[in-house]
Design a protein around this ligand. Sequence first.
Ligand SMILES: Cc1cc2nc3c(=O)[nH]c(=O)nc-3n(C[C@H](O)[C@H](O)[C@H](O)COP(=O)(O)OP(=O)(O)OC[C@H]3O[C@@H](n4cnc5c(N)ncnc54)[C@H](O)[C@@H]3O)c2cc1C
Length: 377
Amino acid sequence: MTQSADAVVVGGGFFGMYLALLLKARGLSPVILERGPDFMLRASYHNQARVHNGYHYPRSLMTAVRSRVNFPHFLQDFPESIVEDFDKYYAVGRVLGKVTADQFETFMARVGAPLQPAPERVSRLFSSPLIEKVWKVREVAFDAGKLRLTMRKRLEEAGVEFYFEADARCLTHRADGAMELAVETNGGRRLYGTPWVFNCTYSGLNRLRYHSGLPLLPLKHELTEMALVQPPQELQNLAVTVMCGPFFSLMPFPDRGLWTLSHVRYTPHHAWKEGGSQSGTEAWQDAYEHFDRAVKSTDGPLMIRDAARYLPAMSKCRQEGSLWEVKTVLPQSELDDGRPILFHRDPEMRGLVSLMGGKLDNIYDIPQELAALGLGM
Ligand SMILES: Cc1cc2nc3c(=O)[nH]c(=O)nc-3n(C[C@H](O)[C@H](O)[C@H](O)COP(=O)(O)OP(=O)(O)OC[C@H]3O[C@@H](n4cnc5c(N)ncnc54)[C@H](O)[C@@H]3O)c2cc1C
């Protein structure tokens, strides 16, 4: 039997959850389908937990400005998830970098992001032949476990229906103009008739499209690893990002009581593309299956060794594990490392919308996109 729904949100990551709340506030009764056993177990958990404040994007004006605008909103909307018990420093490398200290300062002045020279006791920690300048900034982390609880509570309070272990497989047109979504559940198969399907499946975006015979969206996927580390005493409560090239970033990962170490050279183990110029079903592979099959042999020691060239105390980091995930970005982001939101309405299946944010605060771009669909407040 086919069940009907005002809107189906496929994917119970942060974006799917947030979107469902927006739809509910607009008078619809959305249903969330999540293939995993709980909310936010994929990219919305396995990330560097940074609430962006503009500093990370010195080559993309739009992304930096949007991050600055979104930052206070995120802090206000999710106060229980915010962790700020550390000092954050950005540094610029002298060699191999894509920006100089002067360029970084000029850019941040343009986007209104304050930079304070790091105190001597902190800049001394860095290797001066390799690091040109260090600044103290305001950037915070979020606790992904707490964010999951907050979002689930909000969905429950709003009365949004959701199902776990519900894998949306395939969409077809119905004669009445609506769509029919076939879903595999652990109890069998379910069908939804609905005018709106919001595909919020991040690295799985093309999976539903492929099985529905629709052209692939151009996406780049990376198998990523961030080392989970315990920093040494001299780096306690000190988060560091070295910009902007083959460098590293150390951030708290509050849900585990550890820190993530990412490295531009070692975090992506390998990458693959789909859609775009190679569009066609043959270019597609299931990102989740790819992830499950991939050999996950840690590059944590390489990350630590290279980071220690810039910040020698990093050599004393103890690796406790790794966070692995498929990171998905839009191919155009390779030019300037920007992170725009993808909000794509299918030209043929007009009720199918694919939505992907390159960072969590991109949720604040969704309301205006909904308004453009006629789903404004
Ligand atoms: C290594 C890494 C570091 C990052 N660092 C940061 C950072 O510091 N700050 C920041 O803001 N952002 C960061 N990001 C980006 C951020 O994680 C993503 O923008 C965000 O999590 C995307 O959320 P989402 O809900 O779209 O995706 P996800 O959280 O992946 O949710 C998609 C959900 O869809 C489900 N799903 C997939 N297919 C189906 C299907 N067919 N049926 C039902 N359910 C399905 C999946 O199980 C999953 O739960 C990082 C990402 C990575 C990978």
